[in-house]
Design a protein around this ligand. Structure first.
Ligand SMILES: [Zn+2]
Length: 217
């Protein structure tokens, strides 16, 4: 059995606070132990995201900006509980999630339908959130129509990429393996290849390295 985490990230920037990814639906925490996810796997949630945020003296209304790597159930679990914040979403993901008659694999509209009324900024590619290059959404379609990842330049550790479900395991890019339910099997490899070339250049230039962090299914 392989275990995967479904991390959520709070990004603090002098010009705003961001939530990146929303984890599993909070209702799962009311039942102890693992529960079937309907796709052959099992999930467990010990603490809701709201409870975890409370430990940081935050709540689900504390964000200026909210973005999900993609709209699968294990990344938008708290979407209907958000109390404000501008949603940043790729146009292709927005269309797949909300357009009449749309039905993308793994999307469950009732989990995020509350976002319809939320202020949103529809993206057509990469986006520099605060204008200083430190927090950038990068379009990385393939797992879903508008999958995206987050580049963050940290003061202490340097640049990292929070890669959502671009790949699930460290070995996946080398093997060029993606889940069978990806909407496109080729585009993640292209995106990852481009970033690795970019990181090699960066390392040569300033001696820093970039790590790729992935999350769940
Ligand atoms: Zn996914």
């Amino acid at each position: 059995m392989r275990e995967l985490a479904v991390p959520c990230y709070v990004i603090e920037h002098p010009r705003g606070r961001m939530l990146w990814d929303g984890g599993l639906p909070s209702a799962l925490a009311s039942t102890p132990g693992r529960q079937g996810d309907g796709g052959g796997g099992a999930v467990r949630l010990n603490q809701t995201l709201a409870q975890q945020l409370a430990a940081l003296n935050l709540d689900l209304g504390a964000f200026d900006v909210v973005a999900f790597s993609h709209m699968h159930f294990d990344h938008v679990g708290i979407a209907n509980e958000l109390g404000g914040g501008t949603l940043l979403i790729q146009r292709a993901e927005h269309d797949a999630a909300f357009a009449d008659g749309a039905a993308a694999p793994g999307f469950d509209r009732k989990l995020y339908d509350g976002l319809r009324a939320a202020p949103a900024q529809i993206l057509d590619g990469d986006h520099d959130l605060f204008g200083d290059g430190r927090v950038r959404i990068i379009a990385a379609p393939g797992h879903t129509p508008g999958h995206q990842v987050l580049f963050v330049r940290l003061a202490e550790t340097g640049p990292i990429v929070l890669s959502g479900d671009l790949y699930h395991f460290a070995v996946s890019p080398q093997l060029r393996r993606v889940p069978p339910f990806n909407v496109d099997a080729v585009r993640p490899s292209r995106a990852c290849g481009a970033w690795r070339a970019c990181w090699r250049k960066r390392r040569r230039r300033c001696g820093s390295s970039t790590s790729l962090r992935s999350s769940s299914s």
